[in-house]
Design a protein around this ligand. Structure first.
Ligand code: NGD
Length: 269
């Protein structure tokens, strides 16, 4: 990474928080119960990172931030996770109207796609020129924010859970990678208590139109995932290219050969 802290970090975070809470609200928003003070949330974030060298942070750095922003949500049967399918999964989740991904929560909306790193002995306290990539002496700094975001979100979901995976990644990058955020921070943190429980993990396995299929349900890395899911006591299902998701993919790749059939069927009178 060669970029520094995003210009206007504070204004963007506070603005996104207001936007999320005061313009997006609707009945579908019942997964976040109370309205929060945006300045207070920004200050919790700032206390965690400002003046602090990037390589000295870890997951506990952000504990207070996520306690304030993410601890009170409870997606029931609507929690959605993704790996290698960022864009499609979010078109499908539809800002929390349909499913709820981490990125549909206030905690993640405020920081998604932003870059930041603290700077010690500095009046501004953020480095706007350059943020380090991974730190050799502290691999946790790199995954501190999104790792704890993933863990906290995974602990909040109950009932049915959906995972959108990519079965068209190239040979070195399987649909279920054991070093992904999903494998390291989400799946291991699904709850299985008496009243607060994940019941079933449903895999939605996507294959990009006209791209060679690497893995289908029941093959290779999907077998590893199924094992892990069942070991933890959850039911497991896997579906290749569910219609709703195929339509989204074909909406983006209208001219793909594999989308022609769907188009003809749609146009039949
Ligand atoms: O080692 C890493 C790394 N690996 C992936 N990514 C990484 N960022 C690091 N700093 N260090 C980033 O995560 C990269 O920008 C990818 O675009 C993104 C997702 O990686 P992907 O597609 O391989 O899937 P993962 O399983 O690793 O992560 C997606 C799941 C999903 O269920 C979200 O709830 O984990 C959550 N998530 C993780 C990382 C980042 C969300 C984000 C985010 N909103 O930026």
């Amino acid at each position: 990474r060669t970029n520094g802290t995003t210009c206007g970090l504070k204004e963007i975070i506070i603005g996104r928080c207001y936007q999320y809470q005061y313009t997006n609200r609707g009945p579908y928003f019942n997964y976040q119960t109370n309205t929060k003070d945006c300045t207070e949330l920004y200050e919790a974030f700032e206390r965690a990172v400002r003046y602090k060298p990037f390589c000295e942070i870890n997951m506990s750095t952000y504990e207070e931030y996520f306690k304030l922003t993410l601890k009170d949500i409870k997606p029931i049967d609507r929690g959605m996770f993704w790996s290698g399918t960022n864009m499609i999964a979010h078109i499908y989740s539809n800002n929390g109207h349909n499913y709820i991904t981490l990125e549909d929560t206030l905690a993640a909306v405020m920081l998604n796609q932003l870059t930041w790193c603290g700077k010690a002995n500095d009046s501004i306290g953020f480095d706007y020129v350059n943020c380090p990539g991974a730190c050799e002496e502290n691999p946790w700094s790199d995954v501190a924010f999104w790792g704890l975001a993933s863990k906290t979100f995974a602990e909040s979901v109950t009932g049915e859970v959906h995972v959108v995976l990519n079965g068209s990644r190239d040979a070195t990058d399987l649909a279920f990678r054991t070093d992904s955020f999903f494998a390291k921070f989400e799946l291991p943190n699904f709850r299985r208590d008496q009243q607060f429980n994940v019941i079933r993990v449903n895999v939605l396995l996507l294959h990009s139109p006209d791209i060679p299929i690497r893995e289908k349900c029941g093959e290779k890395s999907l077998l590893i995932l199924e094992d892990l899911v069942r070991q933890r006591g959850f039911d497991y299902t896997c579906e290749d290219d569910p219609d709703a998701l195929l339509m989204i993919m074909c909406g983006n790749e209208y001219n793909a050969r594999e989308c022609q059939v769907a188009r003809r069927i749609l146009r039949q009178e």
